[in-house]
Design a protein around this ligand. Structure first.
Ligand SMILES: [Zn+2]
Length: 141
């Protein structure tokens, strides 16, 4: 078994809707995503000969994921999240809000990123998302 590993980091603000405790307030994390791409075999010909995948392909997709989240406020796409978003419309329209259809826990975020990678053609085997240097969630199937 061959396992490639690549990672990227981004800064993102969020809060947990319907949560009681510190995370009910808007706060930020320096997220770190560690992606593994696994294969029993290597490509046998062409550009990818003797590779599982080109690190350049993985890096390109990770950069797209970084750009999607980096320096944005991410709100859950529910009634409360949309109200927060409307209240923020007093800010310049360059202020970046991203709505996601789930509570932005490390668990949901890691699963979402796993499928973003898969949809972009990466044979991802697992995604480990660090919310802090010591707390992470791994999603794999
Ligand atoms: Zn948080």
């Amino acid at each position: 078994m061959f396992i490639l590993k690549s990672e990227v980091q981004f800064d993102m603000a969020h809060y947990l809707s319907g949560y009681t405790g510190k995370c009910q307030n808007i706060h930020g994390h320096r997220y770190r995503i560690v992606v593994k791409v696994a294969s029993e075999t290597l490509h046998e010909e062409g550009q990818l000969r003797s590779m599982v995948d080109d690190f350049g392909n993985i890096k390109r997709v990770l950069k797209e994921i970084e750009d999607l989240f980096d320096h944005k406020l991410v709100l859950e796409d529910n009634e409360e999240g949309r109200k927060v978003g409307e209240a923020l419309s007093v800010l310049p329209n360059t202020f970046k809000v991203l709505y996601l259809p789930f509570r932005t826990t490390a668990e949901e975020m890691s699963r979402y990123i796993y499928y973003l990678l898969k949809d972009k053609g990466i044979s991802v085997s697992e995604v480990e998302l660090f919310e802090t240097p010591t707390n992470s969630c791994t999603y794999k199937e």
